[in-house]
Design a protein around this ligand. Sequence first.
Ligand SMILES: Nc1nc2c(c(=O)[nH]1)N[C@H]1C(S)=C(S)[C@@H](COP(=O)(O)O)O[C@H]1N2
Ligand SMILES: [Mo]
Length: 321
Amino acid sequence: MLIRRPRPGDSAAILPSEITSESVYLNRRKLLQAALAAGVAGIGAGWVSEAGAVADLKVQRNAKYSLSDAPNSYEDITTYNNFYEFGLDKSDPAENSSRFKPAPWTVAVTGEAEHTGKFALEDLLKGHAIEERVYRLRCVEAWSMVIPWAGVPLADVLKRFKPTSKAKYVAFKTVLRPEEMPGQRSRSLDWPYVEGLRIDEAMHPLSLLAVGLYGKTLPNQNGAPLRLVTPWKYGFKGIKSIVEIRFTEKEPPTTWNISAPHEYGFYANVNPNVDHPRWSQARERKIGAGVFGSRVPTLMFNGYEQEVASLYKGMDLKKYY
Ligand SMILES: Nc1nc2c(c(=O)[nH]1)N[C@H]1C(S)=C(S)[C@@H](COP(=O)(O)O)O[C@H]1N2
Ligand SMILES: [Mo]
């Protein structure tokens, strides 16, 4: 029997049934507006809460760290997701995350740092200006999207805790709430989802703690209220709904590496020259570029070679995948 391994989504072409056409989307919005006007709760619950939950943010575009590419539509970004806590299909996170409560939110900062403790999200972000950064997200499944994130540089947040000289890595953990996250009631992955970065990767100016997109707070399906974004790495490093940040001396375990170690490594740097064991990484399908998609060459480090190559000087990138 052939057992298919779990993987961060689906590398095959999208099925017509997965595509939410513009007209269907607009009809849903009309339904939502009608429901709101009539004061009816429960109709299209996912959409009501999704639209209701996000709030405007004050953001300033950081041009230095933004692509000039046109971002994907809000619809693309919020309906084509990987968030296995809410199901395996791309449409599942938008449909199954309406009961998730991203507020109030507390993050535990632990491990090798002078200041540790539990912090309300508001306190974690206090004093940090929220930047907009347009990054490309390259999924390991060989598709990509351009997303206008809103967030704060991870380094600025981490430095306030004064990591000690033993802090060689930073580990992140997603919330464990099977009552609100139906995917956590099945054993598709080891819950909670965990990820990690080497400390110099975490301190790199491109690493972002995102709290929003398109100038609004994150919708649940995109990792509300706080998620990681490291644009030179495959999308699965961008852990969602973070509740713990731990400074460690040893390389921390990471969810996809636990799930399939010869397919997903710790580094997960985008690399068109190192194929996934089951498919090529040389090209990517741009989401939103039509049903037939537009396949374009994948760039080394997702286009951020100049900025990040020095982090990996002397390392064999085939061995450290
Ligand atoms: N907790 C958690 N974080 C996660 C995932 C997940 O399943 N669970 N999927 C990852 C993968 S494979 C990708 S490509 C990105 C997708 O982010 P987006 O849905 O906001 O585009 O989230 C990453 N973060
Ligand atoms: Mo992914």
